[in-house]
Design a protein around this ligand. Sequence first.
Ligand code: IFG
Length: 525
Amino acid sequence: MKNKILVYLLSFLFTLVFLSCSASLKDEKELLNLRNTFSNIIPKPVSITPTNKFFILDKSAKVYVEPMNTETSFIGKYLAGIIKPSTGYSLQVLKSDENAVERNIYLTINGKDKSLGEEGYELTVSEERINLSADAPAGLFRGVQTLRQLFPYSIESSDIEPGLWEIPTGTIKDYPRFEWRGVMLDVARHFFSVKDVKSYIDLSALYKINYLHLHLSDDQGWRIQINSWPNLSTYGGSTQVDGGKGDYYTQAEYSEIVAYAQERYITVVPEIDMPGHTNAALASYPELNNDGIAPSLYTGIEVGFSALAIKKDITYKFIHDVIKELSAITPGPYIHIGGDEAPKIDSIDYVHFIDKVQSIVYSFGKKMVGWDEISKANLFPTSVAQHWDNEIILNAVKQGVKVIMSPASKTYLDMKYDSTTGLGLFWAGYIEVKDAYNWDPATQMGGISENNILGIEAPLWSETIINLDDIEYLAFPRLAGHAEIGWSQVKGRNWDEYKERLAEHGLRWTEKGLNFYRSPQVLWK
Ligand code: IFG
């Protein structure tokens, strides 16, 4: 009998030991996974200090904001909105209560650490609470994107997921390298609805992008209502590449996009391309043409054939009226006037034209942005030159003007990944995910160093794309890499380390149903 009891006792003890080991193994795996999420953030934060425990979010958690105002409550609700679909938790957003006992999330603007700047933040996760603090609301919003990535990737699911919503503990202190981290969407070659533009804004916000450059006019389409020149949009916006039905944004729709972007601390920069890339405007108003004859609408994808009649006074009245109306509905400080590819205009006339346009933009209290070619002109110190393909940009640097780096061979998201990519062009070369990541703006071109650079921007031209799926396929994964180049410290940044983070990150995109390109260069999980 005694032996039997001994056997039972021993087998019970063995079971206990086994269960506790497997539990700790599970914890270990969980912890490994959680530590993974700490080291998988894109863009990579400035400093990360894990403390190897975890915070468990439960449905009674609150989001406390301090101070409670329109911006902080929007950010609190935005965070609660991220959490709800996959957890089913409806977290309340309340004015801070330091005596609260549950495990809560605290979003605070406290101005304690000026080194964070407008967009920096400090995120501290302990077993008891999550503290996210910043100097300004934009920093809080950027920090929420990081907090989002600390949750298991199933947080991105639009359906309720089972699971323990635990995140790793530790501290992150973070702030951006460059002040301009932009995306450009060409809505002229092919038009994209307000809904699609908002989706692209949402996706860009995940990676701390803070500028959206909208290419609103080109040969194939004029996409913004101008009341004093109505034919521009009603006629000039009536078609698009390949002859499909075009469209345009009413000023109310444009303002809706601007407001949506602003809520996400993204500044809209509208572009009216001139003096070239103007067939849509020339087709809409004969008087804008040198010979007074309006060309037909154009639905091909050639460039360089159109030019405004830059010696006619009416042209500057047209530009004045357009910039006036656009400035009135653009709260951001910049108006982009294009300036690219106008071979029909001789250099001296071109310089006079840009000088005049720059003064018109300035007269409406805005700063002019333009592509490489504007560097030939006499630029105001507040103007900005956007590098895409020409060394003439060095003229802008010599004038002490800041540049945005968008080298076509690295940042043009409409370039094919490789020869098998259906969408996109390849005049600037094939750009695989590694090519898009393996460069640095401060060493990209001799004569342009860190202090000349305002930031970087990834343009997506739309000759070959027609819907949000197409945008997602060409923009992801490469946009995440550009966002990291614009935000993260350059020290230690390297492809071999990044591609591991990207592989994990892909789980989030799969959970979101993002139509991203699964590059063979990345061992996707
Ligand atoms: N270059 C043209 C764009 C577009 C692009 C397509 C610039 C500044 C080629 N100009 O890039 O209009 O056609 O990759």
